[in-house]
Design a protein around this ligand. Sequence first.
Ligand code: FE
Ligand code: FE
Ligand code: ZN
Length: 297
Amino acid sequence: MLVIGSHVSFKNDSQLVGSVEEALSYGANAFMFYTGAPQNTIRGTINDSITYNALSLMKENNIDLNHVICHAPYIVNLANDQDLEKYVFAQDFLRKEIDRCQTLGVKYIVLHPGSATKLDRDYAINNIVKALNNILLPEDNIVILLETMAGKGTELGINIEELKYIIDNVKLQDKIGVCLDTCHLNDSGIDISNFNEYLNTFDKNIGINKIGCVHVNDSKNPFNSHKDRHENIGFGTIGFDNLINVIYNPLLERVPKILETPYVNKDFPPYKQEIEMIKNKTFNPNLYEDILNYYQK
Ligand code: FE
Ligand code: FE
Ligand code: ZN
């Protein structure tokens, strides 16, 4: 079964019900949300009766709670301890994010591992390990999925070696995994047309069972550009067929595929039409026109 969805919003008033409704409007059976704005750490409280309604709506529509992903805000940087207050704040925030997810019943949290900034990379990576070991508790029923990064600036987690180092040093092994992002892989120097070779290397070093999510994005930039700008499916440098091969890879069948592609003209979500294209396995060269027609009618 194809497990496919996109990033959706999570608003303070409609919370998870709003997210589920948005996912359903795209024909998705999976989705990913931020518990608030991705660029800040202001978060409301979870309303249990809304969550209850969301869970029954999901049940009616065959959305498995295991296919729902939370994305931690990208300003959380567990790698930098230069400002101790900020380092502690980042850990506190992630701890609270874990608690919010457990209240919602959501098991998977995608996390950008962090940025070294002015610190030595090895030292900064050890800060991530330390922070994760501080935050995670044996009774937690969540998995932190470290996202593969493009290598923009001083980002960490930009290759298998760095991810493996973090994972190997996290004590609670069942609470750590990986989220592959096809745009980031491409920009970090992985040839997506040779995805099987990458999966093979990943399996030998980390283990395919550690992959808990795949972000499916095309890229605006060439292979190995260390940029990180997402493009709509089939309109970038990775290309439609290579992305279809990732999405339908039998080794990743159980794993939710989440689109984080750009809105058309900044206003119109592309996900319904992109998901259709993916289900049909046929590239739609008129994607933009179809999206504008659909939303402007
Ligand atoms: Fe991300
Ligand atoms: Fe991503
Ligand atoms: Zn990205």
